[in-house]
Design a protein around this ligand. Structure first.
Ligand code: PPS
Length: 330
């Protein structure tokens, strides 16, 4: 058994976060219900807990970097009869990210940089979602774990359709490292990042506390549980499964069209889904100092080239400890 957490390690992780993962738009971290969150979440959490959930919204829930954007685009397309013209609008508008304001606290930065205009769906995401809700049912994105979802979902007073997507944690960690550097200003090294990941000291972590509550509910009629690896292996089959779950079955031709639209190559060059506008904004204002893109590799098993054998071993032991007998990941 790998012991990852003790008090002195906790203090060290807090130091790493403070030193390498704070910035002009990230002022520190809090723990809510055992979940690591940026401090700004404090201002949002009660509003989210008391959120007025609508039965006809679709919730796309995931730990970061597990295939959320891919699933969002699939769900939005299916819910909107494969409207490729409407689909040219930014995904952040079409499928808003409920708590994204917690990740990017631009309030101070805006005061000092009068010309800085963050996308409205990031700046005040709860207001944005409320506003978009007036237009009709939403395909909502959230990275919140079960314990931080609205009360009405947790106590089953409301049961909107929920699609949960997950991915093997080693690839998730590599992808999250790229994302944290590119989008959220992480300045530390990969080794420390892996330790933070395993210790549950990154936003929305711990990983298993995120995945397992949805896995346990995977047979609830309003919940569909997907795996990134299965999407890579047989995308048309997953598209059919999702379309049936959403009660919007597709013809074979439509499945083919959507498979092609959702291919990695197509998504990588689609400005509506590849978040290049956020990356460019970060670069323009010197908020990040690294190369890369949001659509990075789109592969399964990429960790083999990036993680040391020791770190792989730690991840494997930790995975075994949490998932023994569950048939969740190989
Ligand atoms: S986020 O920021 O948490 O919403 O990120 P998320 O969308 O969950 O995950 C991003 C990773 O998903 C990959 N991706 C894809 N892989 C294969 N095919 C398609 N079409 C696709 N679209 C997105 C994306 O490249 C990120 O993974 P990595 O491993 O970094 O490439």
């Amino acid at each position: 058994m790998v012991i990852i957490n003790n008090n002195s390690e906790d203090a060290e992780f807090d130091e790493i976060l403070e030193r390498d993962f704070t910035s002009v738009f990230r002022h520190g971290y809090i723990t809510v219900e055992g979940v690591t969150m940026p401090k700004r979440f404090e201002d949002l959490k009660n509003n989210i807990r008391n959120w007025n959930v609508r039965e006809d919204d679709v919730w796309i829930c995931s730990f970061p970097k597990t295939g959320t954007t891919w699933t969002q685009e699939m769900v939005w397309m299916i819910m909107n009869n494969l409207d490729v013209v409407g689909g040219q609008a930014n995904l952040g508008h079409r499928s808003p990210f409920l708590e994204v304001s917690a990740l990017f606290d631009y309030r101070e930065f805006k005061k000092e940089n009068k010309d800085f205009q963050p996308p409205p769906f990031i700046d005040d995401s709860l207001e944005f979602v409320k506003h978009q809700s007036l237009k009709g049912p939403l395909c909502l994105k959230t990275h919140l774990p079960w314990a931080l979802l609205p009360k009405e979902i947790q106590d089953n007073t409301k049961s909107p359709k929920i699609i949960y997507v997950t991915r093997n944690p080693k690839d998730t960690c590599i992808s999250y490292f790229n994302h944290s550097r590119l989008m959220e200003g992480y300045r530390g090294n990969f080794e420390d990042y892996c330790r933070l990941f395993l210790a549950g000291k990154l936003p929305f972590a711990p990983f298993w506390n995120h995945v397992l509550p949805f896995w346990e509910r995977r047979n609830h009629p309003n919940i569909l549980f997907l795996k990134y690896e299965e999407m890579v292996k047989d995308l048309p089959a997953i598209i059919r499964k999702v379309a049936d779950f959403l009660e919007k079955p597709l013809s074979d031709d439509q499945v083919e069209v959507l498979s092609s639209h959702l291919s990695f190559e197509s998504m990588k060059k689609n400005p509506a889904v590849n978040y290049e506008m956020v990356v460019s904004l970060n670069r323009k204002y010197n908020l990040i100092h690294c190369e890369g893109s949001f659509m990075r590799s789109g592969k399964v098993g990429d960790y083999k080239a990036k993680m040391s054998p020791e770190v792989i071993c730690k991840f494997d032991e930790w995975t075994k400890e949490h998932t023994e007998g569950l048939d969740l990941f190989d």
